[in-house]
Design a protein around this ligand. Sequence first.
Ligand code: COA
Length: 355
Amino acid sequence: MTNPITSSGLEGIVVAETRISDVDGEAGRLVIAGHEVERLAATHTYEQAVVAVLAAGGARSIAELQLAAARVAAFELVPRLGDALGQPDAMDALRTSLGHLRPTGDDTADALAAIGAAPVFVAAWHRTRTGAAPIGPDASLSHAADYLRMTTGTVPSAAAVKALDAYLVTVIDHGLNASTFTARVITSTASDLISAVVGAVGALKGPLHGGAPGPVLDMLDAIGEPAVAEPWLLAELAAGRRIMGMGHRVYRVRDPRAAVLETAVRPLASRRLELARAVESAASKILRERKPDRPLAANVEFYTAVLLDAVGLPREQFAATFAVSRTAGWAAHVLEQRRTGRLIRPASRYIGKLP
Ligand code: COA
């Protein structure tokens, strides 16, 4: 390499061509499998969105019903997960549990197995840690309804199912984010889809990627009422901490998914919604004054926190719920990488001692 480019965060470096999704950070536009995210969330169930992203990635044609069958098959593994469900962190539990799936060498089959297993394992983790027995899937329910039912043990309201379904569709894929890149790097070595998904869960766990919504809810709780928002946020910044749910590597305007989720949670009349709006507006104002050259607006995690709380999921399960949806996106990228990519092997610049 004669003129190496150094970019420690790889911003702006294109390492794949994709038909799965496109993020336009300047315009605040997200296209998934040929649909604007706003339209996809309004017209597709999660099952339909899974079919769309897997098809975009080049999967064999699959039927929506196969997802329910995959949940049922995954539940048979639950008694054999050993101490995976005893992990204190839901993402660690999900990573370890997914590691129990056996790669078959057929990416489409492995994709279905992983997408079906994620909600089953996360719900079983919740039940186990609260001292209750895991609840088996009901194949007659939608992915969203069954995930809620397996977690809470009660039949969820139609409004909660609709909101969660909109969430699962909205976050199903998002360009070459850190976890998707991880999945593609693993696939590029000719490894299997299950390994790629397990690695992606590890990348998603961090608070700079998927781990922010729990802390966003903690922040809303700590603020409590709109009048306290500004002084609380100023104290947070003075302590050298970032405002969770604000800022994005790619978006220079408000994340379009924030608006989709804000709309989806409205029918649930969440008491936190008004507070969240007030905190977002105070945070935007403060960050605009602090960083006039770096637009820092609400990202997807801000209203994810409000929505997942309103549908009745515990905050410890928020990041893992993101993974429940995103497993489909990761799987689609694995399929696409397998068909079109080559070994991803960047370079580093040696700055150590010379012999
Ligand atoms: N609160 C306060 N300041 C923030 C901020 C936030 N949420 N996000 C970025 N900044 C500041 C940084 O401190 C940095 O300031 P500096 O130049 O004085 O050091 C500047 O804005 C640029 O930040 P940088 O870390 O280069 O941006 P990035 O593209 O690497 O980071 C995120 C993007 C998402 C990691 C970052 O905005 C963040 O940490 N947000 C909070 C966590 C979060 O919501 N994660 C979910 C992402 S979907």
